[in-house]
Design a protein. Structure first.
Lengths: 113, 113
């Protein structure tokens, strides 16, 4: 069965610092992987996705994520945090044979001035 | 382009009352989903539909029913609301193909007293 683990329910960084949000998954087959962002009182928006091909995926707002099959990880990074990046971030996994997207429990990113 | 629209945005129910949440999408998506979001638990799948007239159970289906009479609409019903159903409910839709991302509505905040 698929599962997604996001390490750290809250991550706090200073403005301009590196952002690293961790995601590990368990899947019996190579999955499709997604990161979504949720701003207050809104639904989730797609940040980026990995399907096949290049393992480093670039998304919106300067975020990127690297798929590492050997580590079953899909960590999200951004070189320099901005105040507007404060939000909750969700990692999600889907197997090709499944209709269902499974979400991690989320990581709330706080950006200090 | 409205995308995914959920109504109502907020609702307060007393224990034992019933209600229906409506989700409408204008993107001609085949697949539609209902999730609930609770603090620290991420998004959990309640029910989903892979086409008009079809529905299936997700992770937490108990206490909920759904219907998909028209392709663009997906209704979530609570027959006898319980305080444990206090949550934020999100509807989402996507195209067929496992690498197609979900498009989310802005959520319905439900409180059951």
């Amino acid at each position: 069965a698929q599962s997604v683990t996001q390490l750290g329910s809250h991550v706090s960084v200073s403005e301009g610092a590196l952002v690293l949000l961790r995601c590990n998954y368990s899947s019996s087959v190579p999955p499709y992987l997604f990161w979504y962002v949720q701003y207050p009182n809104q639904g989730l928006q797609l940040l980026l996705k990995y399907t096949t091909g290049a393992t480093l995926v670039k998304g919106i707002n300067g975020f990127e994520a690297e798929f590492k099959k050997s580590e079953t990880s899909f960590h999200l990074t951004k070189p320099s945090a901005h105040m507007s990046d404060a939000a909750e971030y969700f990692c999600a996994v889907q197997e090709d044979s499944s209709y269902k997207l499974i979400f991690g429990s989320g990581t709330r990113l706080l950006v200090r001035p | 382009n409205a995308g995914v629209t959920q109504t109502p945005k907020f609702r307060v129910l007393k224990t034992g009352q019933s209600m229906t949440l409506l989700c409408a999408q204008d993107m001609n998506h085949e697949y539609m989903y209902w999730y609930r979001q609770d603090p620290g638990m991420g998004l959990r799948l309640i029910h989903y539909s892979v086409g008009e007239g079809t529905t299936a159970k997700g992770e937490v289906p108990d206490g909920y029913n759904v219907s998909r009479l028209k392709k663009q609409n997906f209704l979530l019903g609570l027959e006898s609301a319980a305080p444990s159903q206090t949550s934020v409910y999100f509807c989402a839709s996507r195209m067929t193909g496992a690498n197609s991302p979900l498009h989310f509505g802005n959520g319905t905040r439900l409180t059951v007293t």
